[in-house]
Design a binder for this molecule. Structure first.
Ligand SMILES: Cc1cc2nc3c(=O)[nH]c(=O)nc-3n(C[C@H](O)[C@H](O)[C@H](O)COP(=O)(O)O)c2cc1C
Length: 362
């Protein structure tokens, strides 16, 4: 049997997952300006649970109103979001998938055009594109944002989700705290990697405090992030600190799982580095460039316990079924609109996918 088709049981709550496939978080811009979920966004994820993914992760969702990164992003910052979240959690659960929301705050990448406010971050950072600078958060604000992550997780738990993935990858607020070029603070929240990781550690602690004992809490991290000044050694130092947090999984976002990096004088794939540093009992997910069964198998050879896909899961709601022996390979991009519509993407999402080189055919 393909390793991704084996079941997995999380220690916490003895929660069983039907296989080791993950639909990675994907922003899809299909929700409403007030942060409430749309039917389109619910149906898109429902179809992936119906299609057999073990874990279905939502798009990144902002835990504070001023943390919104894009138009059409759903929020988890208000009780008014509970109804939609409950519908979504139920839709995922009804088809047997484990549902996780991806909690985040855009920080310096939450544009003023959407929030009406100067973006906040660990430090006053250049926003690029002539947009000025972010504002360094005051200590009191840092604490407020940490509490917002806890409240959002609690909201998701009440909605019926199985857990949350804290988005510490790709350059948003948590990553802005982790990186030495975006976090130049001299107080308790910056200075060395341990201090730069404190924001994440406190969020994990607060989310745990705000949710029940069976609720899953994981973290997504980038192995390298030049935009924030985070190198592989820094990421691994943060990962080492993750071992002391009460985490149920770590998700390394590789973009391409065959990519390698050097740490401790050894060159190997990022996933293998992560596996070596992360405690054995903490499951590791990895995502990046996987389309077929062979590529998915590589993730397990590198030491992962789960394999994630994003783009393959857009085109193929039933992607896990391609992993069974004797199946044909899933078609790769470009995809035409009819196929994407059939795969439960609304015109808004299809339009967004045109920005991903070569994904949608004309
Ligand atoms: C349309 C789209 C939206 C994405 N949005 C998110 C997001 O909200 N959060 C996140 O952590 N990653 C996001 N990603 C990155 C994916 O989760 C994934 O790591 C990346 O696409 C590489 O995987 P793939 O090669 O299987 O597509 C997005 C990717 C795509 C294609």
């Amino acid at each position: 049997m393909h390793p991704a088709l084996e079941t997995f049981v999380f220690k916490r709550g003895a929660r069983s997952v039907r296989n080791r496939t993950v639909l990675a978080a994907m922003t899809n811009k299909q929700s409403h300006p007030d942060g409430t979920l749309s039917e389109d966004e619910i149906q898109w994820l429902e179809a992936r649970s119906e299609g057999g993914f073990g874990i279905v992760t939502t798009a990144a969702t902002n835990v504070e109103e001023d943390g919104q990164g894009w138009e059409g992003e759903f929020g988890t910052w208000s009780e008014g979001h509970l109804n939609g979240l409950t519908k979504m959690a139920k839709a995922i659960k009804n088809h047997g998938g484990i549902g996780l929301t991806q909690l985040f705050h855009g920080g310096m990448r939450a544009p003023e055009r959407l929030t009406g406010l100067q973006p906040k971050s660990a430090s006053a950072n250049d926003l690029g594109h002539g947009l000025g600078k972010s504002r360094a958060m005051e200590e009191k604000e840092i604490e407020e944002t940490i509490r917002a992550f806890g409240r959002a997780a609690n909201l998701c738990e009440r909605a019926g989700f199985d857990g949350v993935e804290l988005h510490g990858a790709h350059g948003y607020l948590i990553a802005q705290f982790l990186g030495s070029s975006t976090n130049r603070r001299k107080d308790a929240w910056g200075g060395n990697q341990t201090k730069r990781t404190r924001f994440l550690a406190e969020i994990v602690h607060e989310v745990r405090r705000s949710t029940g004992p069976d609720f899953l809490v994981g973290v997504r991290l980038s192995p390298v992030l030049s935009s924030c000044g985070l190198g592989l050694d820094d990421a691994l130092e943060t990962l080492e600190l993750c071992n002391a947090m009460e985490l149920d999984f770590v998700h390394v976002s590789c973009w391409d799982i065959t990519e390698t990096g050097v740490a401790n004088s050894r060159e190997q794939p990022y996933t293998s580095h992560f596996r070596e540093v992360l405690d054995d009992e903490v499951p590791l997910m990895t995502t990046g460039g996987v389309w077929n069964a062979q590529e998915a198998e590589l993730a397990f050879e590198q030491g992962a316990d789960f394999v994630g896909v994003a783009r393959a899961g857009i085109a193929h709601p039933n992607w896990p079924s391609y992993l069974a022996a004797g199946q044909a390979e899933p078609q790769r991009p470009p995809f035409d609109e009819a196929m994407l519509t059939e795969a439960k993407l609304s015109p808004v999402f299809i339009q967004y996918m045109r920005r991903w080189d070569g994904f949608v055919s004309d």
